[in-house]
Design a protein around this ligand. Structure first.
Ligand SMILES: [Ca+2]
Ligand SMILES: [Ca+2]
Length: 86
């Protein structure tokens, strides 16, 4: 199963610790200056952790990678989910 991009700490769910990690990294990514450093909170890859990344995280906030809703969100899982209205 693909990883949740907003799951910054990698525990399988998007929750308060991921939000805190994003807020702690707010601003220009260290990766801009140190390509080896990485910038997991930069969810849209523009080298800045900002409002767009926060909005991306909020779209999946509370989602657990084992949830049916997550499988629907990423377009995998039971095909019947794709025929039901959102
Ligand atoms: Ca997490
Ligand atoms: Ca960004």
């Amino acid at each position: 199963m693909p990883a949740l991009p907003s799951d910054i700490d990698g525990d399988g769910a998007v929750q308060v610790l991921d939000l805190l990690a994003l807020l702690a990294a707010w601003g220009v990514c260290p990766a801009t200056f140190d390509p080896a450093g990485g910038c997991p909170a930069d969810l849209n890859g523009d080298d800045v952790v900002g409002i767009t990344d926060l909005l991306i995280m909020l779209m999946t906030y509370g989602v657990d990678s084992s949830d049916v809703g997550y499988r629907r969100l990423i377009g995998s899982g039971d095909a019947a989910l794709h025929t039901s209205p959102l």
